[in-house]
Design a protein around this ligand. Structure first.
Ligand SMILES: Cc1cc2nc3c(=O)[nH]c(=O)nc-3n(C[C@H](O)[C@H](O)[C@H](O)COP(=O)(O)OP(=O)(O)OC[C@H]3O[C@@H](n4cnc5c(N)ncnc54)[C@H](O)[C@@H]3O)c2cc1C
Length: 326
């Protein structure tokens, strides 16, 4: 639930920003495209949602081409990614704007979401719309139907259990795997921009990103992309490398004092719920219960959220319509 900080719950650990990593022409790109208008609206007109606009600067180093992080970002790193015309202020950076060691870059207006604030905002929207919230661990997806607010079982279960669907009875999706991310939350500010770099000299699983959350949410510094790793404990050596890279990239953040200039709130670890083949938006019957799946959003769960939710709503409607025909 919003307010919890557990390894089973990916959402609080995200930065989170809009930087599509989906491939051109895929359904994932469509989900990302359909999400932007709502994130834009929230940042523009709904201050209590905790999303604000930031210029996103993405740097590409040729030497990172074969790394896990650059493969993950590959479309984002092109000089004209597919979303270039859908976000404001998109432009390719001039060579004179690139820091040493960087071979190319882009810049556009993105949003950064203060995730603790935003998750509480979403919960508030649910409560306002009459949702009854219950806490439970479900061992089989069909059992979820029994948790309806009335004494009757639910007509439809919408499965949004993220990485939990790897071990959830009735789902057991072996296409899911974790991609571990270490983040550091600091009080230092970078009000003017988000910065992303394709990789680092510290190993192929590591990268650098810096994004300041709005509404006093501090600045999130990352990170890494460690496929298959699940250790919930932050590694101090990794944490130090993350801060060292950020201090080099944005010395103005620390007043030129290096790592010692950071005012750290906490280190944290989140597991991106990655799914081979992309997120699962599907409906099926499991032991007689109608289920709509919406999980497996990897490192993109915020930036594809409204697009995926629209697809899930279509599936719920189809499911209800087919039930009526029966
Ligand atoms: C370090 C990091 C940085 C990221 N940065 C970004 C970013 O900048 N932009 C972006 O768009 N995305 C980002 N992401 C990805 C994003 O956070 C995830 O894709 C998204 O939060 C997944 O949301 P979810 O609701 O599907 O999963 P979760 O947030 O994990 O929620 C799943 C919920 O289901 C519950 N659950 C699971 N199994 C059961 C069960 N059997 N019974 C009961 N409950 C169960 C869990 O407890 C949890 O509460 C990042 C992720 C990480 C870790």
């Amino acid at each position: 639930m919003p307010g919890d900080a557990d390894i089973e719950y990916a959402s609080p650990w995200a930065g989170a920003n809009y930087a599509p990593v989906s491939k051109k022409g895929t359904v994932e790109a469509e989900y990302d495209l359909n999400t932007w208008p709502e994130l834009y609206r929230l940042a523009k007109s709904v201050p209590e949602a905790g999303a604000h606009f930031q210029q996103n600067v993405v740097y590409n180093r040729d030497e990172d081409a074969q790394t896990a992080t650059a493969a993950w970002f590959s479309d984002l790193l092109s000089s004209k990614p597919w979303f270039a015309d859908s976000v404001p202020d998109f432009r390719k950076l001039k060579p004179s704007e690139l820091p040493p060691g960087v071979n190319g870059g882009i810049s556009y207006t993105s949003v950064c979401i203060n995730t603790p604030q935003y998750l509480h905002y979403l919960l508030g929207q649910c409560l306002r719309n009459g949702v009854v919230v219950k806490r439970a661990v479900i061992t089989h997806i069909s059992r979820a139907a029994q948790f309806h607010a009335t004494s009757q079982p639910a007509d439809i279960v919408v499965n949004c259990t993220g990485l939990g669907s790897l071990v959830l009875g009735g789902v057991l999706d072996n296409n899911l795997y974790p991609a571990r991310g270490h983040v550091v939350l600091v009080r230092n500010e970078t009000p003017d921009r988000i910065t992303f770099v394709s990789g680092t000299d510290d190993g192929p699983e590591e990268t650098t990103y810096i994004m300041m959350r709005g509404a006093g949410g501090g600045t999130i510094i990352g990170g890494c992309y460690q496929r298959g790793q699940t250790d919930p404990t932050p590694d101090p050596a990794m944490g130090r490398r993350i801060l060292q890279r950020a201090a080099r990239l944005c010395p103005e953040m620390v007043g030129g004092k290096g790592v010692e200039g950071f005012d750290v709130v906490r280190h944290g670890v989140g597991l991106r719920p990655v799914r081979t083949g992309g997120p699962r938006l599907e409906r099926e019957r499991v032991e007689g219960v109608a289920v709509v799946h919406n999980y497996g959003h990897g490192g993109a769960g915020y930036q594809c959220s409204y697009g995926c939710a629209q697809a899930a709503v279509r599936l719920v409607r189809e499911s209800l319509a087919s039930r009526v025909r029966l």
